[in-house]
Ligand binder design. Structure first.
Ligand code: ADP
Length: 444
């Protein structure tokens, strides 16, 4: 042992104390040795000084060794304790160890070797015990920390659930408000439109040019407002899963051509050329033609709205895997890649300012997105600011509709070949927020 050990010998017999000191000195132990002769002195020494080891006589005048050990350990005094027993005391060795003695040695066996051996052992055992106690303490602390963190996490989870619940409730109220308002506003709006149309009929009397002009404005604005209300109503239905597709067999090319025809005047007002190319070997599809038309109107009116000069192309193409693509391309203002994802979100527009140049609700693409998802299709967007945009909708030629789960209509190809349509039951009320988002990619 290289360092000087602070050792306390507790024994009322001076001869025994001398024997211990001699043996330790003989063993060559570097030490600072103190001696006391009873339990009280021992306790006060231990309370004031920190020792590396204590040799303790089992039989003391004021207390037996067992009681003293219990006293020391209950006072949380941490020190290796070696009990020196007389020959008759050896049977209580087990009791001593249980009470907290580190080791014991019969006084009859005291020698330089045994004492040095017991001392080294006791210090080693004691250090090991301390390390175990420390590790245990650390374990207990980390266990407590874990419990605390767990509780904290549970609390946060509850808060998140609560906020989620509130958000869902707010969203439900918003959808309900949108649905009710748009529905309620449609009735007076239809009356405004209807009466304006009646007033414009010649049989209701001759109007001055100025009066006719004003009523036409009322009519046009009314139609515009009704369109916006319908958009809001559709969106709230889609959001709450209350919009069902009504699939039927129809001529896709025809729907595309008719819709483009209806929108042509809007393009002409802005001097834009509107070109359409339908290139389907088999023009028949099984889908909801009203909703296909709605998708096209939304995309085409955007193309016209956001294009100041140049051309707009509408293309209908056959795709492998019995799918079709509807492509709308313009030479308009274009969209920056950072906005690609956002513009498909409800009420999101690239220009969110109140002074924005282009009017709109910001619902058109959200509706398109939801409808395309309901149809099992995908939307792809390519665009460059200042150059133009291309929206490509890829749809299965036949949608699988839960409402028509048992029917298996047939599509007749032009060549006379027949194709079965199998409809499988799926969740009809899957809203755009519940459904998997259609990827918005940039096809080459
Ligand atoms: P709205 O047209 O009513 O604003 P949409 O949901 O139809 O709402 O479109 C969202 C936004 O996406 C538009 O406000 C516009 O910023 C952008 N956008 C859509 N289509 C085009 C397009 N063809 N060219 C440029 N920007 C477009």
């Amino acid at each position: 042992m290289e360092e000087t050990l602070k050792i306390l010998v507790v024994d009322d017999d001076e001869v025994d104390r001398i024997a211990v000191r001699r043996a330790l000195t003989k063993a060559g132990i570097e030490m600072d040795l103190s001696e006391v002769s009873d339990a009280n002195e021992a306790l006060s020494a231990l309370n004031t000084t920190s020792y590396d080891c204590v040799f303790l006589d089992y039989r003391l005048p004021d207390q037996d060794g067992l009681t003293l050990i219990q006293h020391i350990r209950s006072s949380e005094i941490k020190v290796p304790l070696i009990v020196l027993t007389g020959q008759r005391d050896e049977q209580i060795a087990v009791e001593l160890m249980k009470s907290g003695a580190t080791d014991y040695l019969s006084k009859s066996r005291i020698s330089a070797e045994t004492l040095a051996h017991v001392l080294r052992n006791a210090i080693r055992v004691y250090h090991a015990e301390m390390q175990v106690a420390l590790a245990n303490q650390q374990l207990r602390e980390s266990h407590e920390q874990l419990i605390y963190k767990n509780q904290e996490l549970e609390r946060q989870q509850q808060q998140i659930q609560m906020q989620n619940f509130k958000l869902l409730e707010a969203s439900r109220l918003k959808s309900h408000f949108l649905a009710t308002m748009s529905h309620e506003l449609r009735t007076p709006m239809n009356a405004i439109i209807g009466f304006s149309q009646i007033l414009l009929r010649p049989k209701f009397g001759q109007l001055t040019h100025q009066q006719a002009d004003m009523i036409e404005r009322i009519l046009n604005n009314g139609k515009q407002l009704l369109m916006l209300l319908n958009e809001v109503l559709d969106f709230s239905k889609l959001e709450t899963g209350r919009l069902d597709l009504k699939p039927e067999i129809f001529d896709i090319s025809k729907v595309i051509n008719t819709t483009v025809g209806e929108m042509r005047s809007l393009a002409e007002v802005k001097n834009l050329s509107l070109l359409v190319q339908t290139d389907l070997q088999n023009p028949l599809g099984f889908n909801d033609p009203v909703r296909i038309k709605q998708i096209l109107i939304n995309l085409l009116s955007n193309a016209i709205k956001f294009t100041e000069s140049g051309d707009i192309w509408v293309e209908l193409k056959e795709l492998p895997g019995n799918r079709v693509a509807i492509i709308i391309r313009d030479t308009g203002i274009g969209i920056a890649p950072k906005d690609f994802k956002h513009i498909f979100e409800a009420f999101r527009q690239v220009d969110q300012s109140i002074t924005r140049k282009y009017p709109g609700t910001g619902l058109g693409l959200a509706i398109v997105d939801s409808l395309v998802q309901m149809m099992g299709g995908k939307i792809f967007l390519e665009s460059e600011v200042g150059v133009g945009s291309l929206f490509r909708i890829e749809l299965p030629r036949r949608v699988t509709s839960p409402t028509l789960a048992i029917e298996t209509p047939t599509l007749k190809r032009e060549k006379g070949e027949q194709e079965q349509i199998f409809c499988s039951a799926q969740n009809p009320h899957q809203s755009s927020s519940q459904a998997n988002k259609a990827p918005i990619g940039y096809p080459k």
